[in-house]
Design a protein around this ligand. Structure first.
Ligand code: G6Q
Length: 551
């Protein structure tokens, strides 16, 4: 353990007996624990942290060279060391005139060329100059992709629902379970549907299988020649796109310096751009660029992604928190927990440091959540009274995108603020007993019930408040999290941009597939063989029943 970590561990032990309520009640608390970044208000007052904590965390950042690593990322150095690649998602939303170099080469002209092509395509869909094969306007785009080629576009498209252009809707298919494509297309007309096949590699098994099934759906209805009007691709691999039967003219390029889970700003975001119109897509890029400038230029003590990433490491390593809850009090952010789950867990769920040695600290939280107030009626019980401390992130807009006169939005805001306060302050035994006695309960019942109602409090949270969830705000929120995750990774000394842990499962699935189809027997270990045999037995039973019904 380094000096900075040792100092933090000692400090955490001292803080364990300090109540969060007493910290919050310090009248000067807001000076250091409330941050304003343009329209984004980040409240950190409900953290188990003092000025000394922040100073110690900033020393850790210095020791771990966070700013030097950040600068290396912006300079296009190969910070994805195991894949020898830069991680230049910041170039995708670089709305300034600054060049951005990947290994000495300015990537901005290529980025701008693809953005221009995306704009032209979006406009053609919207003004009806791009039609289906039978000459009818496209009214639905279906993005087929998975992981990073799905979660960002779904999350953002859902988040920006109020901004959807009229006459066009976006849908998403990711799961190779045939039900996903079938359910998604069941009410669609092939003549007015366009598929975007989104795959960086154009080699992903699930995406290609779904793309071929979608192709059959179009061809059966409209014939082979319809494919060119109903399919476009987003990929880095023109050859595979062409082999699939999509004209490279209808391919939107991106580059291997864009990580999958950092790619919604690239052509992978084409479905977002079609849904909301290219101008609004650009607003989203501008919002993200604002955060990039802040992350690149603000001193560490003022730098919101740096402070958030450091607080994450504080809870993960000095308080042994295993998970963090993402609680958007914003229905349109209902896919944000899933999006951040991938961003954080795939980026930092690792156990090996850059130099090949094992990590000496816990890494990535389990990230999970649901929109409020739904979560309050399900898992918040555990957040308030469970035996595990779960830091929470609350997201709330001052104003709804759906203004009503009936006060529902005020209820939402009040619930969000109340949850954070309840988590922080709790209720002790004496307060509970007093309230029960005041309600007229007899002493025996008070003694029996009061312990169950005690709320320990001291549970930390961040509240992110913004005016309204518009494209720029969404861009800001997501870029903030990308950089927060980067900071965590630097502190833990890992490569946040690779994902080797997903490889073994893919490899085994390919080995086991022939046993599942019945082409061979005996793939996999004893348990896999037993389960595969059971799958076949159950299928045979279903077939026998079907035969009896026909007979
Ligand atoms: C993300 C990951 C992963 C990837 C998918 C889809 O960072 O690399 O989620 O996005 O496996 O890959 P393709 O885009 O190549 O189909």
């Amino acid at each position: 353990m380094s000096d900075a970590w040792n100092a933090l561990a000692t400090h955490a032990d001292q803080l364990r007996s300090v109540s969060l309520a007493s910290l919050i009640d310090d009248p000067n608390r807001c000076d250091r624990f409330v941050r304003q970044l343009g329209e984004l208000h980040v409240d950190l007052t409900r953290h188990l942290a003092t000025n000394e904590t922040i100073d110690l965390l900033l020393s850790l950042a210095e020791e771990r060279s966070v700013t030097a690593m950040r600068d290396a990322m912006f300079a296009g150095e190969p910070v994805n060391t195991t894949e020898h690649r830069p991680a230049l998602h910041v170039a995708l939303r670089n709305t300034s005139d600054r060049p951005i170099l990947a290994e000495g080469h300015d990537v901005m002209p290529a980025v701008h060329a693809v953005l221009r092509k995306m704009r032209k395509f979006c406009n053609a869909i919207h003004d009806g100059t791009w039609t289906g094969a039978s000459g009818r306007r496209i009214d639905t785009v279906v993005n087929i992709g998975i992981g990073g080629s799905d979660l960002g576009p779904v999350m953002a498209t859902e988040a920006l629902r109020p901004w959807w252009s009229s006459g066009i809707r976006a849908r998403f298919v990711s799961n190779v379970d045939p039900s996903h494509l079938a359910d998604t297309t069941s009410d669609l007309d092939p003549a007015t549907t366009l598929f975007i096949i989104a795959s960086k590699t154009f080699g992903t098994q699930e995406t290609l299988a779904n793309a071929h099934a979608a192709r059959r759906w179009i061809v059966e209805a409209l014939g082979d020649e319809a494919v060119s009007r109903h399919f476009v691709a987003v990929s880095t691999n023109a050859e595979r796109v062409e082999n699939f039967g999509i004209d490279p003219e209808n391919m939107f390029e991106f580059w291997d310096w864009v990580g999958g889970r950092y790619s919604m700003w690239s052509a992978i975001g084409l479905s977002i751009a079609v849904a909301v119109g290219f101008d609004q897509f650009e607003r989203m890029l501008e919002g993200a660029h604002e955060i990039d400038c802040h992350f690149r230029d603000a001193p560490p003590a003022e730098n919101i992604p740096i402070v958030l990433g450091l607080l994450d490491c504080w809870y993960r390593d000095c308080w042994q928190c295993q998970s963090r809850a993402v609680l958007p009090y914003d229905q349109h952010l209902h896919r944000l927990p899933a999006y951040l789950q991938q961003l954080e867990m795939e980026s930092n769920g690792k156990r090996t440091r850059l130099d090949g040695s094992p990590t000496t600290h816990g890494t990535a939280f389990v990230v999970w959540g649901e929109p409020g107030t739904n979560g309050q009626h399900s898992f918040h019980q555990m957040l308030h009274q469970g035996t595990t401390m779960v830091p929470c992130d609350f997201f709330i807009a001052a104003e709804s995108c759906e203004p009503t006169e009936d006060g529902r939005y005020d209820m939402l805001v009040a619930n969000c603020l109340a949850q954070a306060e309840a988590l922080a302050r709790g209720r002790d035994l004496a307060q509970i007993e007093g309230a029960l006695r005041a309600s007229g309960m007899d002493e025996a019942d008070v003694a029996a019930l009061a312990p169950h109602k005690v709320m320990p409090g001291n549970r930390p949270s961040t509240t992110m408040l913004y005016k309204r969830l518009d494209p720029a705000t969404l861009g800001r929120l997501i870029a903030l999290h990308e950089h927060r995750v980067f900071v965590q990774g630097v502190i833990w000394g890992i490569d946040s941009f690779d994902q080797w842990g997903v490889e073994l499962g893919k490899h085994l699935a390919n080995e086991i597939l022939p046993s599942v189809t019945g082409a061979t027997f005996g793939s996999g270990d004893a348990t896999t063989q037993h389960l595969t045999a059971r799958v076949h037995a159950l299928r045979n039973e279903l077939r026998a029943v079907a035969r009896r019904c026909v007979g």
